[in-house]
Design a protein around this ligand. Structure first.
Ligand code: GLN
Length: 228
C-alpha cells in the first residue's frame, strides 16, 4: 500500500521519514495523476495560503477533491487541517481556496504567530492501545484550532486554553476553557499540531490503520455481488 504526502511546501519530508520508519511505501505528491495509485494521503503543515496557491498552480484541487470523496483516508496536520476544513476564519483578505470535506470551522492562527508557538502534553484516549500512554507530546507552531464541529465529527483531543496561547480569539470563543485540536470524520483525520516533529509514531500508526481498514473494505466483495 502506498501513502502519499503532498509535497508542495512545509513539513512533508518529516512525514515521509515517519512513514518510512514504519515500513510504508511513502510517495511525494506534486501532480494530480500521482493520486490515483495511493491508498491514503497526508497534507502536511506549512503555510496554508502558499500551499493553496501552489495546489492551484499545479491543478491539484479537482484530483484532491475526487480523492477525498472516494473515501480514501486523508490526514491534515496544521496547515493541512486548514486545507481540509469546510470553513476557515482568520484567513487573509481575499480568502484562500480550501479543499473542504471536514465538517468544521477552523481559526487559522488561533494560537498566534511564530513566537506564540508551544509544546504541551495532550490527553488523547484514542491513541492508547494495550494499556499504553493516553497522552502525547504535541508541537503547536502558528497553530490553528477547531472552533466548531458538525455532529458527525469525532473529537479526539482538546487543548486547555492558556490566555497567552490563545491570542486574537473571536468574540464568541473568549469564554471557552478548552479548544478542539484533533478530530476524525469518516475518512478524514486532522490535527492542529505536528506529530511528524516528534519521535512518537502513534499518530502515523493511527492513520495507517485507517488506510489499511479502507483497503480491506475496498477489496471486500460488495453485498450486491455476494447476493447475486
Ligand atoms: N497557521 C498556519 C497557516 O495558516 C499553519 C501553521 C503550520 O502549519 N504550522 O497556514
Amino acid at each position: 500500500m502506498a501513502v502519499g504526502v503532498l509535497a508542495l511546501q512545509g513539513s512533508f519530508n518529516e512525514h515521509i521519514a515517519c512513514l518510512r520508519k514504519l515500513g510504508v511505501d511513502a510517495v511525494e505528491i506534486r501532480k494530480p495523476e500521482q493520486l490515483a495509485e495511493l491508498s491514503g494521503l497526508i497534507i502536511p503543515g506549512g503555510e496554508s495560503t502558499t500551499m493553496a496557491k501552489l495546489a492551484e498552480k499545479n491543478n491539484l484541487f479537482p484530483a484532491l477533491r475526487k480523492f477525498g470523496s472516494s473515501g480514501k483516508p486523508i490526514w491534515g496536520t496544521c496547515a493541512g487541517l486548514i486545507f481540509l476544513a469546510a470553513k476557515a476564519v482568520g484567513v487573509k483578505e481575499g480568502g484562500q481556496e480550501l479543499l473542504g470535506g471536514l465538517d468544521c470551522t477552523v481559526h487559522r492562527n488561533f494560537f498566534g504567530s511564530q513566537i506564540n508557538s508551544f509544546e504541551m502534553e495532550l490527553s488523547v484516549p484514542s491513541l492508547a492501545s494495550d494499556g499504553g500512554a493516553q497522552t502525547c507530546r504535541a508541537v503547536f507552531i502558528r497553530a490553528p484550532a477547531i472552533i466548531d464541529v458538525g455532529s458527525s465529527v469525532e473529537v479526539l483531543a482538546e487543548c486547555p486554553l492558556a490566555p497567552k496561547q490563545a491570542v486574537d480569539l473571536p468574540e464568541q470563543d473568549r469564554s471557552k476553557d478548552k479548544v478542539i485540536v484533533a478530530v476524525k470524520q469518516n475518512n478524514m483525520l486532522a490535527t492542529a499540531f505536528h506529530p511528524e516533529l516528534t519521535s512518537d509514531l502513534r499518530w502515523h500508526q493511527y492513520f495507517l490503520k485507517m488506510v489499511s481498514d479502507g483497503d480491506k473494505e475496498a477489496q471486500a466483495p460488495k453485498t450486491e455481488a455476494v447476493l447475486a
